[in-house]
Structures are given as C-alpha cells and as structure tokens.
Design a protein around this ligand. Sequence first.
Ligand code: ACO
Length: 322
Amino acid sequence: KRSVVIGCGSYLPERILTNAELAAKVDTSDEWIVQRTGIRERHIAAEGEFTSHLAIKAAQAALDNAGIEAQDIDLIVLATSTPDLTFPATAVQVQAALGITQGFAFDLQAVCSGFVYALATADNFLRCGSAKRALVIGAETFSRILDWNDRSTCVLFGDGAGAVVLEAQENWGTSADRGVLTTHLRSDGRHKSKLYVDGGPSSTQTVGYLRMEGREVFKHAVSMITGVIVDAFEASGTSANDINWFVPHQANKRIIDASAQKLHLAPEKVVLTVDRHGNTSAASIPLALCTAVADGRIKRGDLVLLEAMGGGFTWGAALVRW
Ligand code: ACO
C-alpha cells in the first residue's frame, strides 16, 4: 500500500498586515525585515476567528479539490501549536464541523515541523491499514502567541491553514508510481531554550508568548534540514537531480536559499511563499504546496521534496510523488 495525495486546499485570513504597518508599531523597517527574512506581509486572523475555523476552510477546500465527501474521511491528523482550547483537540472540532462521525481525529504538536510529522503519521496509519483516507492539516494562529512589543519575533509570523487528502492505494509497484515515498523525522530536546513559548496549562496556567534566540535557530537550521534531506535521498534512492519541486517550511528566505544551495537544488525549483505568508509554522508547507498546485507548477507525477525545522528542535523531510 501507498498513501497518495489526491487533493489539497488552503485558507488565509482576509486581513493582511504589511511590514510598513508593523514599522508604525515597533522599531523596525520594511528594509530590515525583507533583507533578513524575505517577508513582506502576512495574514492575521480576525477577532473570533480561531485555528479550527481556518482548518475547517482548508479541509473543505482539500475535500473539494479531491472530489470526495467528508464522509469518505476516516482519519484527521491536525498539526498545530495554537489549538483553540487546551482540549479537546482542534482536530475533533474540525471532524464535527465537517459532519464526520467515523474514524478518529487527533492533534499533533511539533511546531514548525508539524506538517511533516502529521504527513508521516497519517502515511503510517494508511499503509498499515488502520485508515483509508486521511485529512492532514496544518493550521495556526501564531498571532495569538506573539509579543507584539518584541520586534525580534513579531515580524516573523503569520496565520493560515493548509490541508492535503491522503488515500491508501493498492498495487504500488514501480518507482514512477505516485505517493509518499519516504518520511524522516528527527528531534533533539536539548535545544528547548532557543525557541519556546513561556506559558502553558501545567506550568504557568497562561498561554504565554513565543521566545526565540533567532541567531541560534539560524545557526542550526541549515545543517539539520540538509542532513535529514540527505537521509531521505539515501532511503529512497533519489538525488537532488530527481527533484521537480522543493517545498520547504517557509520560515526565512535566507535559510531556504542556503539549504537549496547546499543541496544543489536550482533556485527555480524552490517554491517560496514566505514573502506573502510569513512563517505560518505547521501551515506553511501545505499553504506553499497549494499555491504551487493552483498556479500549475506542481503537476501529477512530479517528485516533491518537503522539509521543516522548528521548536524542540524538531525537524524532518518527506518525498512525495505527486
Ligand atoms: N527590526 C529591526 N531590527 C531588529 C529587528 C527588527 N524586526 N529584530 C531584531 N533587530 C535588531 C537586533 O536588536 C539587533 O540589534 P543590535 O545589533 O543593536 O543588538 C540586530 O537587529 C541584529 O539582530 P540579530 O538577532 O543578530 O539578527 P539576525 O541577523 O540574526 O536576524 C532573524 C534575526 C531574522 C530572527 C534571524 O536570526 C533568523 O531568521 N533566525 C531564524 C529564526 C527563525 O526563522 N525562526 C522561525 C521559527 S524556527 C523555524 O521555523 C525554522
């Protein structure tokens, strides 16, 4: 069995926050933000618009794109670090909103690596026969955990959601066949203090704010990302030359450029949305995937390389024949 992507969809809140608007609130400039990160604008959820609302819209769009009904889904894995509530999981709220009463749904928390973790998790459930069709969702409202007075973090993130529908298909045989070819996940909890939220139900009974040593994160990002991608190449017998599209987690254009360069991936194969979305954490990869599918770049049969790295640290890579 193999898990094949049969549809994708995404949703961005209407409100766009530009660098110029941010520069009016904190001591920063469009020039500084663009030069250091490549970000020009990001979307921000409206008051009363929660992670589940973004996730439901992305999931519905993915179902429509796949041409299936919500009732055909028997697994939802939703990656988020900004759930509506401590519990129940945002995934079960999405399940209920879509009218799904079968199968199972749960949240997964691996910060910016969440979508790659969720894809790997759903892929394993599908290949072992525990489910037939999965919604894999990344949805975040990072605007709610930002310290809007801290210029070193508030300029980096945005809100949004993206989803893919994965279907278990039989009769996989040749390397040209579609599906998730391989997934590789890593974590190293020794790096906690470099990127974390300083609140939580058990420790402070507050939501807390995102705290980051940006330079430290940057220092580790490229080697971790390229290392796990090399593992994915080796496991699948592929190389950079075989890749049609590189769809990285959209944290920072400089990290993406440096990773692509180290792997000898041509710049024209890199899908970039960080300029318009900012870093949407677990949502960034499915948002970028949907952008490149919608504009006709990613086509059926293309080999797509996904990677992400984030708080924990967590990191991972996946190869998908689209
Ligand atoms: N506007 C203007 N100046 C700023 C801003 C800002 N928004 N933020 C920080 N500065 C200042 C700092 O105060 C510092 O000033 P000083 O020299 O007077 O002390 C100066 O700019 C340089 O600060 P650094 O933090 O050293 O800047 P750096 O070049 O490292 O860029 C950045 C900061 C963009 C955060 C970078 O380190 C980075 O991209 N790190 C990766 C972080 C990341 O992407 N995290 C996302 C989550 S993890 C993930 O998804 C991979």
